[in-house]
Write a protein that binds this ligand. Structure first.
Ligand code: ZN
Length: 407
């Protein structure tokens, strides 16, 4: 049985044959391959210009914008309400432009990074879908770039938060990191060797909709039994309200706290009561934590990272949540006892992570030209002053400047 098509460049390959897979020898093919990688990904954060950039986090209720320097320090932060879902994409765009212009009054803005709660395509140019906004296949990057006249980067907010935790927070020094954000749902991101893994179409890391319970709770995504129906802020509040509505004796404390008004039961209140030692709230967080651990064990089976960073509002419960998650993780991990276990840790950067990460990722597309341009203008102005001081008849009005032109 012969297979003449097979060509490998192993030691026994016939001389002079070009491996069709090895596009490196063919400049045209190489160009094609590199184009699909995307020019924006080629620059590493190590060689990116150390200039301040603006990061914007667009969530379901708030838009947060801030100027962040190359060390992840927030120089200034402003926030506003997210425009209503019924408003046109143009209104959201206007909000972003207003925030950036406001900040650029006081800061030198070299690039803008956007972390949006939605699906962003692999080229990071379009928002494919955002559950809280009117964006449907919206060419956000190009639209903003035209209006702001600086480079713009658009990414998913979980990706930007993971990037921030890897660069400046709980995931520093980890080559293989998975971030899980527990908010109303579950967001996720995968970082490998200093790169965000986005998948072919840009929507990798949607862990929240992995099915963990066949035929379980209905999820707004259309399926049943999604992970985020068991391990998220929504799940926590749903369970607490169910117990309170059933007038369960274990829920007396929380019913009293909200004076019988069950819709007032929120995630932060449950966390607060759990910290005070309320048995039901501790148990609810344990349940959420256990489901979290089960999901993490599944992710470890698929991705084998060295570290899981748990962020989002629910992570404020800290060890009340992460303790049970660690236990469940160890119980469900494939091949437990025969493999190194990934670290599970709480995120460090808090609600600003998405914004800081967006700003830092924007530095990868930032250009130095604005600062260079400003220096040229300054030099010209200095020269002008100098030249004017030398001009006859102006000595009375302008004093000679001490510095030399072009210094
Ligand atoms: Zn779902």
């Amino acid at each position: 049985m012969t297979r003449p098509e097979v060509s490998s460049r192993g030691p026994d390959a016939p001389p002079g044959r070009i491996d069709p897979v090895n596009t490196y020898r063919d400049p045209a093919a190489r160009g094609g391959v590199l184009r699909t990688v995307g020019t924006r990904e080629r620059r590493s954060h190590l060689s990116a210009p150390r200039v301040p950039t603006v990061g914007i986090d667009i969530g379901g209720t708030k838009v947060m914008a801030g100027v962040v320097d190359a060390d992840g320090t927030i120089l200034e932060k402003i926030r506003t309400e997210t425009p209503d879902k019924s408003k046109s994409p143009k209104v959201v765009e206007d909000t972003i432009v207003e925030l950036v212009l406001d900040l650029s009054d006081r800061h030198d803005v070299h690039a803008v990074g956007i972390g949006a709660a939605g699906w962003v395509d692999a080229d990071r140019a379009r928002v494919l879908f955002a559950p809280h906004l009117a964006w449907r296949n919206e060419p956000l990057r190009d639209a903003l770039q035209d209006r702001l006249a600086v480079p713009v980067m658009v990414d998913n907010d979980a990706n930007t938060a993971a990037w921030a935790e890897w660069r400046f927070g709980a995931g520093r020094g980890e080559d293989h990191l998975v971030m899980i954000t527990l908010g109303t749902g579950i967001g996720g991101a995968i970082l490998e060797d200093g790169k965000v893994k986005r998948g072919k179409y840009g929507v990798a890391g949607e862990f929240g909709h992995m099915q963990v319970v066949p035929g379980g709770h209905r999820c707004p995504c259309g399926n049943r039994g999604c992970w985020e129906q068991y391990s998220s802020g929504n799940a926590l509040v749903r369970e607490a309200r169910e117990l309170a509505a059933a007038d369960s004796p274990v829920a007396y404390e929380i019913i009293e706290r909200v004076k019988g008004n069950i819709p007032e039961i929120t995630g932060p209140l449950i966390t607060e009561l759990a910290r005070e030692g309320d048995a039901m709230c501790v148990e609810l967080l344990q349940d959420i934590g256990q489901w979290l651990g089960v999901g993490i064990a599944n992710l470890a089976a698929a991705l084998d990272p060295s570290c899981f960073v748990i962020g989002g509002g629910v992570s404020a419960a800290d060890d009340l949540l992460i303790g049970p998650a660690r236990d469940a993780f160890r119980r469900h991990l494939t091949g437990r006892g025969y493999r190194p276990e990934a670290r599970i840790t709480r995120a460090q950067l808090g609600p600003e992570a998405g914004m800081v990460g967006a700003a830092d990722l924007a530095r990868l597309v930032a250009r130095r030209f604005r600062r260079a341009n400003r220096r040229r203008v300054e030099r010209y102005e200095r020269y002008e002053r100098y030249a004017q001081a030398l001009r006859p008849g102006t000595h009375g009005r302008t004093s000679r400047t001490p510095e030399e032109p072009g210094s």
